[in-house]
Design a protein around this ligand. Structure first.
Ligand SMILES: Cc1ncc(C[n+]2csc(CCOP(=O)(O)OP(=O)(O)O)c2C)c(N)n1
Ligand SMILES: [Mg+2]
Length: 317
């Protein structure tokens, strides 16, 4: 892989991890409220997938901060969104789970497991109908593959030969439920095989993820219909800030953490450059937190902005 791209992937992973630790700290001290799902350990998957898929429409789940960073959205605007500030990427209305910026073709962030899959299908249909045939990507967890929306989405995407990449991040758990308890398969690609070609990849290896998404992009761009990728990962923290992760043994966590994608890429680049990139990442995150802290909260009089009625007097009187 190109040296500069490797360094960029390293930088974005370091930035992502620093972002997540800062978010964790500010959740614990009360600056961030609501839900917070960290992507620590899975940075390689998030960054490499988005570097391979730089331009197309993206639909994803609630575990999305690093995906938004890798898409190029300013970390200041992402942190401000977590803080619920008006300068946030969704004007402080969405929070951690609903980062949304159409100018980056980044359509969230969805709190409903698998709820974004039909939206991605609709977008891919529109792209095809408009004659653009631009690729669309939907990222989801293993848990989402047990829902009806998943099968309906596979079905219609396949029937209509839509330019859609289904990218499943299989970390083996839906909150504390092991995938084997709720699915007959450990590998969820089995569910997609009847509908479309599938690729299985080590999601803790950023270069392998990068190559597989590139391959999938070529496939859908050739108008061959949708394709399914399954990346096996593991998260280093609990499901969300309210999950103590007590269902995973220390032995399991040891194996999980031994696959750290950041360490893998660090070993492939010049240590001096790695050091400089780490410092830069820390500075950017420090500034993002300062920006979020110092930004104003949304105005109560804007409560109904973006809704069908703008009248607010009756709500607050
Ligand atoms: C339709 C629906 N059912 C249940 C939930 C509650 N819930 C939130 S996250 C989650 C687990 C999803 O696991 P997975 O898709 O594997 O994603 P991961 O968190 O592992 O990345 C569940 C069941 C929900 N948000 N939406
Ligand atoms: Mg999961």
């Amino acid at each position: 892989m190109d040296k500069l791209l490797l360094e960029e992937i390293y930088y974005l992973m370091a930035l992502g991890r620093d972002f997540e630790y800062a978010a964790k700290e500010h959740y614990m001290n009360g600056n961030i409220s609501g839900f917070l799902h960290l992507d620590i350990g899975q940075e390689g998957f998030s960054v490499a997938a988005l570097k391979a898929f730089e331009k197309g429409d993206l639909f994803t789940t609630y575990r999305e901060h690093i995906l938004a960073i890798a898409r190029g959205i300013d970390p200041k605007k992402i942190m401000a969104e977590l803080f619920g500030k008006v300068t946030g990427v969704s004007e402080g209305r969405g929070g951690s789970m609903h980062l949304f910026d159409p100018s980056y073709f980044f359509y969230g962030g969805d709190a409903i497991v698998g709820g974004h899959l039909p939206n991605a299908v609709g977008c891919a249909y529109a792209r095809k109908y408009q004659g653009q045939n631009n690729a669309v990507m939907a990222i989801f967890g293993d848990g989402a593959t047990n829902g009806g929306a998943f099968f309906e989405s596979l079905n219609i995407a396949s029937a209509q030969k839509l330019p859609l990449i289904f990218l499943c991040e299989n970390n083996g758990y839906a909150i504390g439920t092991k995938i084997e308890r709720v699915s007959p398969f450990k590998k969820q690609a089995h569910k997609a095989k009847a509908y479309m070609p599938t690729i299985e990849v080590d999601g803790m290896d950023p270069l392998a993820v990068y190559r597989s998404v590139k391959k999938a992009l070529e496939y859908v761009s050739d108008d061959l219909g949708p394709i399914f990728i399954e990346a096996m990962t593991c998260r280093f923290e609990g499901h969300s800030m309210s999950d103590s992760n007590s269902y995973r043994s220390s032995q399991e966590m040891k194996i999980c953490k031994s696959q750290d994608p950041i360490e893998k890429i660090k070993n492939m680049i010049d240590p001096k450059i790695a050091n400089e990139l780490e410092k830069k990442a820390q500075e950017v995150i420090y500034e993002a937190v300062e920006f979020a802290k110092n930004s104003p909260s949304p105005d109560i009089y804007d409560l109904k902005k973006h809704t069908f009625t703008q009248e607010i007097k009756d709500v607050i009187s």
